[in-house]
Write a protein of this length. Structure first.
Length: 196
């Protein structure tokens, strides 16, 4: 079993999932602690995802390059989040995303084979992973709808409420493209809010 500090983080990740101590003893050894330095890539466009990560500390983003060559942030991740390109991992398809560390990061990595084995043999793990997938789908859908239906200021306020640690630690440029606006517009919105 991994040492108690490491085990503490993994226990916290699985704590609300109904996973038993016996199941934890099967699950935790399958995760490997890995570190990424700022600007390292966890996954590059064109690669096939073969593992995924829980972030213990640090910040990560996924981004795509649009048709005009602009770098657009697609998602932002922080401690406790799962970093994965689901279609690439489960359909063995080359990813269209780049996933990059924005800061030095400590992550817990599991490969596809270990994931599959646990998913097929540990019921509570399977339920937890399904919950993560469903949660990820709903978050993506909500963000996509928000980009079309909500004012930029409302999108920023929602991000500030839901993920203040992202707003405090990620560059305005990345936050702006995630929100579908320019960094100039984001600066204006932040100034407006500060003056209210």
């Amino acid at each position: 079993m991994k040492d108690s500090i490491e085990q503490h983080f993994l226990n916290k990740v699985f704590a609300s999932s109904g996973i038993t101590q016996e199941e934890l003893m099967r699950i935790i050894p399958r995760y490997k602690k890995v570190t990424f330095e700022k600007n390292d890539y966890l996954l590059k466009e064109g690669e096939v995802e073969k593992k995924y990560w829980f972030i213990e500390s640090g910040f990560v983003r996924s981004y795509i390059i649009d048709t005009e060559g602009n770098d657009i942030t697609f998602n932002l991740y922080a401690s406790g989040d799962v970093v994965i390109d689901y279609p690439s991992m489960f359909f063995f398809a080359p990813t269209r995303e780049n996933i990059q560390a924005l800061t030095d990061c400590i992550c817990w990595e599991i490969n596809f084979e270990s994931f599959q084995e646990l998913f097929n043999t540990v019921l509570n793990y399977r339920e937890q992973q399904r919950g993560l997938l469903v949660g990820s789908y709903f978050a993506l859908k909500e963000h996509s709808i928000s980009l079309i239906a909500d004012q930029a200021k409302d999108r920023y306020l929602r991000l500030l409420k839901m993920k203040p640690h992202i707003v405090q630690n990620v560059s305005l440029k990345h936050i702006a493209t995630f929100l579908g606006i320019t960094d100039t517009s984001l600066s204006r919105i932040r100034k407006e809010i500060a003056n209210e």
